[in-house]
Design a protein around this ligand. Structure first.
Ligand code: GDP
Length: 302
């Protein structure tokens, strides 16, 4: 949780400290108070729709509890935020039963932190004593394969690859065969993230999906869409774009440490029916946290 707190420092300053300042300055909950609160929340990228919902809920709660003093609002606000974030009871990854291969497929636009997230997760699974393998499915972007290999060396996990420009579905086929031969527990699959050619990318992802599905029943066990939190509302539109077409089952939100716009987590939870599975809180191999709504809000407000 300490890591959460450190990683969320910028959002804390932009959101919570400003709310605290507002509470002290305004003292009373009136229209002007709500207006300023609205501004602060939108500024932290909670998203206009979500902010409207949140303020409406706050109004109802304030009336019900007959709250007048602004200082009493903070616990209600954090309660509502936890409520918005919670959504799903169990944010844990869907894993194959012991003894079979879990396949996790990562999708998302270039630069969002896909490779880094895969490297961090490889490290995490390996530390848990699992046998891990990575598949270099981004054969399109120059340097993507090498970058995954650098992570492979760093965390001591092999990478299955072909040369740049080759068919990613063929790489996945190789990777699945290697995973079977080597008795691997978790196969982490990188994919291309070019957006210039959206239709082709979606077709490519579908082909990869089918190859994996044909070779391993119930796989891929998760399709994780990686989003860059520093892009704020852009991350939300990417989620809508990918979510519709590529069978995304969960989200990874990276670079929360680098942004004051951590409120995007709330917007994403409220506007999309997709669980946030992990958040990235830095560039190092340990800087990945399982998402937990209560811990998240606690790290912001406590
Ligand atoms: P990809 O193109 O989606 O594979 O993106 P990369 O994994 O190459 O990441 C792009 C950049 O973002 C790299 O410089 C990473 O070190 C950085 N990055 C990734 N995740 C995080 C994170 O959680 N926090 C911070 N601060 N940087 C990150």
């Amino acid at each position: 949780t300490n890591k959460f707190k450190e990683g969320l420092e910028k959002t804390r300053t932009a959101l919570v400290e400003r709310v605290e300042e507002l509470v002290i300055r305004r003292k009373k909950i009136d229209e002007a108070f709500y207006e300023e609160l609205e501004e602060i929340l939108i500024g932290a990228d909670v998203g206009v729709n979500t902010v409207m919902d949140l303020i409406d809920e706050l109004r109802v709660e304030v009336k019900k509890r007959k709250i007048e003093d602004a200082a009493e609002l903070q616990p209600v606000l954090s309660e509502k935020l936890v409520g918005l974030l919670r959504g799903e009871e169990n944010p844990k990854l869907n894993m194959a039963p012991e003894g079979s291969i879990t396949v996790l497929l990562f999708v998302g636009v270039n630069g969002v932190g896909k490779t880094t997230t895969i490297g961090k997760l490889a490290h995490r699974f390996k530390s848990q004593g699992k046998r891990v393998l990575m598949a270099a499915g981004d054969t399109f972007r120059a340097g993507a394969i090498e970058q995954l290999e650098v992570w492979g060396e760093r965390v001591g996990v092999d990478v299955i690859k072909q040369q740049a420009g080759s068919d990613p579905a063929a790489v996945m086929y190789d990777a699945v065969q290697a995973a079977k031969q080597r008795g691997v527990d978790v196969l982490l699959c990188d994919t291309a993230g070019r957006l210039q050619n959206k239709t082709n990318l979606m077709e490519e992802l579908n082909k990869i999906f089918r190859v994996i599905q044909r070779e391993i029943p119930n796989a891929p066990h998760e399709v994780l869409l990686v989003l860059d939190a520093t892009t704020g509302q852009n991350a939300l539109s990417q989620a809508k774009l990918f979510g519709e077409k590529s069978g995304v089952t969960g989200l990874v939100l990276t670079k929360l440490d680098g942004t004051a716009k951590g409120g995007i987590v709330v917007a994403i939870r409220n506007e999309l029916n997709l669980p946030v599975k992990f958040v990235g809180l830095g560039e190092k191999m340990d800087d990945l946290q399982e998402f937990d709504s209560e811990q998240f809000v606690h790290a912001l407000f406590a």
